[in-house]
Design a protein around this ligand. Structure first.
Ligand code: FA5
Length: 346
């Protein structure tokens, strides 16, 4: 039975081939050659009809045996190739190397600055409040002493949702919302996002403000000065100098803008003989707007301006973060580049 002998010889042929196989893809080629649908075993099986019927059962049994043997040989070689591959990988692995630290997220510089400002005011007894970013014309302008034709509305490039509904341009909306909900005395700060049509290295269309409002009887401009000076020294250091300049906001009278000594040159205006690039040589940086709450605002919320007085202020959080951490371009805050973000820690 020549066919049977031929088949029995397959194991020997495979053993010989396997001794030359040195990789898993080569082994797969070898398996296809011997055991594949058009492989050597299948070819012999296809010749079964050539045999006399009496010989066919023995041939079929032999074929099964050979198939098992070939499969076993291939699996044996596969196991040894896998062991070799693992050993090669382990040979390159140095268990004495220090491990890699898992990457951990960090708080965003804006969040850090916001937290710091809020914690200073919490320490002074202020309560943190929040309100909607989409707000009405009434809360954003009208109740803040900016009636429809008021020229001060042009000071801010407003994004409208629809008629009389805006993306708030400042957190001063929270002055109105707070006073409509509560009776004095009150002291709140309101951090949050605000929106304006504005975009360059120091202006972003979405940015963060923190509004402060304190209302009681007998609140004076001296209280405002003391509070804001203490706040700026707490955030930027005891040596920080603060100055107050007359300004204008429709919702405060008098209004004052607050400057602090430059964080880079310490108020000198120059660093190593060169003009300071942060304050442009003036030694001062504008940091927030503030003032005594205008009597017209008290009237809009039903407070008696004869009985209560108060002060309000609003500061840009990006400004605080940029000065505190030395960030030169406001847009870095919004690009989500972890190489930038991971530099800031508490
Ligand atoms: C206001 O928004 C007033 N509501 C502040 C205020 C509150 C005054 C209470 C009086 C009483 P102003 O438009 O100046 O004011 O904005 C305040 C701060 O927001 C600025 O000093 C600046 O730091 C920041 N700011 C303004 N526009 C942008 C912008 N496009 N991108 C980033 N920060 C900005």
């Amino acid at each position: 039975m020549e066919l049977l002998e031929h088949m029995e010889s397959l194991a020997g042929a495979l053993t010989e081939r396997l001794s030359q196989v040195s990789s898993l893809p080569e082994l797969e080629g070898c398996r296809v050659d011997f055991l594949g649908r058009k492989g050597r075993l299948a070819e012999l099986m296809a010749r079964l009809p050539e045999l006399p019927p009496a010989d066919r059962p023995a041939f079929g049994q032999a074929a099964n045996r050979v198939k098992q043997r070939l499969t076993a040989l291939i699996e044996e070689r596969r196991a040894s190739l896998e062991r070799e591959r693992e050993a090669a990988l382990l040979a390159r692995f140095d268990p004495s190397l220090p491990g890699r630290r898992p990457w951990a997220g960090s708080l965003h510089p804006i969040t850090l600055a916001m937290e710091e400002v809020c914690s200073v005011f919490r320490g002074m007894g202020y309560e943190v409040v929040s309100g909607p970013e989409v707000d009405t014309d009434f809360h954003c302008f009208e109740a803040l002493n900016m009636p429809p034709e008021h020229p001060a509305r042009d000071m801010q490039d407003t994004l409208y949702i629809r008629d009389k509904v805006v993306l708030r341009t400042h957190t001063s909306t929270m002055q109105i919302r707070t006073m409509l909900q509560r009776r004095p005395p009150l002291a709140v700060i309101a951090p949050g996002k605000v929106y304006r049509r504005d975009s360059d290295v120091t202006h972003s269309p979405m940015f963060h403000q923190i509004e402060g409002l304190l209302v009681d009887t007998k609140v004076t401009l001296a209280d405002l000065r003391g509070t804001l000076t203490a706040f700026l020294k707490a955030v930027f250091g005891e040596k920080t100098r603060v100055r107050f300049r007359p300004s204008f906001f429709p919702f405060t009278e008098p209004s004052v803008e607050v400057d602090m000594s430059c964080t880079r040159c310490g108020g000198e205006g120059h660093v190593h003989g060169e003009t300071c690039r942060i304050c442009k040589g003036s030694g001062w940086l504008e940091i927030l707007g503030s003032g005594m709450v205008d009597p017209a605002v008290f009237e809009a919320v039903g407070y008696d301006p004869e009985r209560v007085t108060g002060f309000a202020f609003g500061l840009g959080v990006e400004r605080v973060a940029m000065l505190k951490y030395g960030i030169s371009d406001i847009r870095l805050n919004f690009e989500n580049d972890v190489r930038f973000l991971s530099q800031f820690t508490v």
